[in-house]
Ligand binder design. Structure first.
Ligand code: ATP
Length: 463
């Protein structure tokens, strides 16, 4: 079982402090969200799991963290200034602003307003998605020399550092560069909770290789991502691969495969249940070329007269110099968090006939690993022992102490936020120096000696 729809997760997220609407006390700001105490832990755990998988567990990837605001020329030569746009239409009937490429068509192939069903829409026009800003204290709003953008992807920060990383790390092809960071897009139709927002976070890898190896390595990354999604608890039955048609491909891409997640299980048409979680593109040598000073067009003119570097690669084994191809797997942190929560969601009926919400997160991702609960909060020795256990566990894992309800209620609260273990201190604990460990997924209980508790839990958390 997984969540029946995104709304179920929206209400759980708000109720328990994963995600709140941003600026809510001023009426909110369309599709902006703040991550609360549990949401920030879950997002951090997702980023850590990804970084470990992408960087530490491989021996061919380095990390970077580039600036959000770069020289405007980065976005000129990458092509974003001219082409990073969505086709915008307005419905003349209900005045809704829509993204034309996402609309259903009528029998005659005309786009249909998703709000009122009318086909009376304006001509489509390109709307650039980059957020503009001005740099410098004295700059006027319309000063073109002060114009800058908030990055719409983290990828370009990697390409412009290709030579820096190559020179300092002494890497040889194939190798990759990973980055996690915020990206900003002035989306025409944001929505569906954290699925599409104007500010979001990406985890991107640019993996550089010889051109002839690119098709094979592209496929290897697709397979690797299937395994990664499985490792963070996203079941394969909720994932679909989508091969982009030639018409859909971005201008730089030779082949792109999207991995879609079943974000909309309530939709009747199964095709429509799935939407993009990540994309894996073969970006060819496009980006390294356009940021290089040497390449020329068919008339012998430099395609980039502003660049001061050449981002080609010299292969000492073959004595060749060329621009490496690049495979780019790009996944959103926020969409991953939503998919992880949807997949982990379960409702279970207890022996009193009550429905309980469970979040069966992988222990590695759970915001809280262990909750230490005193069975009797009016007994100072039990409270003291529980607090001491929490303090000890806190050295190696995120552990909390909670005495704000009866034990049944405390268990239910921890199940709902995905805490894999509850540790209960009772009267007997004072005698035998042991506690009861309750397992989230089975509701089974075990008696464990306090001295062995941390290693018992840590063993099971790493599985
Ligand atoms: P879409 O077609 O959904 O607009 P895209 O193909 O433009 O997405 P990419 O440019 O490939 O997206 O970005 C890589 C990843 O970044 C996406 O797969 C998604 O996980 C994430 N992402 C992109 N745009 C957004 C957004 N507006 N809000 C949240 N995540 C996003």
């Amino acid at each position: 079982m997984s969540a029946p729809n995104i709304e179920t997760i929206v209400s759980l997220a708000k109720r328990r402090g994963f995600v709140f609407p941003a600026s809510e006390l001023y009426g909110g700001l369309g599709s902006s969200w703040d991550y609360g105490p549990l949401g920030v832990e879950l997002a951090n755990n997702i980023k850590q799991a990804w970084w470990r998988w992408a960087v530490y567990e491989r021996d061919d990837i380095e990390g970077v963290d580039s600036a959000i605001i770069q020289n405007r020329l980065v976005w000129k030569y990458s092509g974003h200034e001219d082409t990073f746009s969505d086709p915008l239409v307005d419905c003349r009937e209900c005045k809704t602003r829509l993204r034309e490429d996402k609309l259903d068509r009528d029998a005659g192939g005309r786009p249909v307003c998703s709000n009122c069903g009318s086909t009376n829409l304006t001509e489509s026009r390109a709307f650039n998605l980059m957020f503009r800003t001005t740099v410098g204290a004295a700059s006027a709003d319309d000063d073109p020399t002060a114009l800058a953008y908030l990055r719409p992807e983290t990828a370009q920060g990697i390409f412009i550092n290709f030579k820096n990383v190559l020179d300092t790390s002494r890497r040889k092809l194939p190798f990759g560069i990973a980055q996690i960071g915020k990206a900003f897009r002035n989306e025409v139709t944001p929505g569906n909770f954290i699925f599409r927002t104007r500010e979001f976070e990406q985890m991107e890898i640019e993996y550089f290789c010889r051109p002839e190896d690119a098709p094979r390595i592209h496929q290897e990354w697709i397979d690797a991502y299937d395994a990664f999604l499985d490792s963070i608890g996203i079941r394969s039955e909720n994932i679909k691969h989508y091969e982009q048609s030639k018409a859909e491909l971005a201008h730089y891409s030779d082949r792109t495969v999207d991995l879609l997640y079943r974000f909309f299980p309530e939709r009747e048409d199964e095709e429509k249940q799935f939407d993009e979680l990540l994309g894996i593109a073969n970006r060819t040598d496009y980006d390294l070329r356009v940021h290089s000073k040497k390449p020329e067009d068919s008339e012998g003119k430099r395609i980039n007269p502003d660049s001061t570097e050449d981002l080609s690669y010299f292969d000492p084994a073959t004595n060749e110099r060329f621009y490496p191809y690049c495979i780019e797997p790009s996944i959103g942190v926020n969409r991953t968090l939503l998919a992880v929560m949807m997949d982990a969601y379960e409702e279970r009926t207890n022996d009193k006939g009550e429905t309980r919400v469970m979040l069966k997160l992988k222990p590695e991702l759970a915001p809280i690993k262990a909750a230490v609960l005193p069975l009797a909060k009016n007994k100072p020795e039990i409270v003291e022992m529980a607090k001491a256990i929490r303090k000890d566990l806190q050295r190696t894992m995120r552990a909390v102490y909670d005495d704000t309800g009866g034990i049944g209620k405390l268990y239910a609260r921890q199940d709902e936020i995905g805490t894999p273990f509850c540790v209960t201190v009772d009267h007997e604990s004072l005698e035998d120096n042991a506690v009861t460990v309750r397992h989230r997924d089975t509701w089974e209980q075990e008696r464990i000696a306090v001295d062995a508790l941390a290693s018992y839990l840590n063993d099971r958390l790493s599985k």
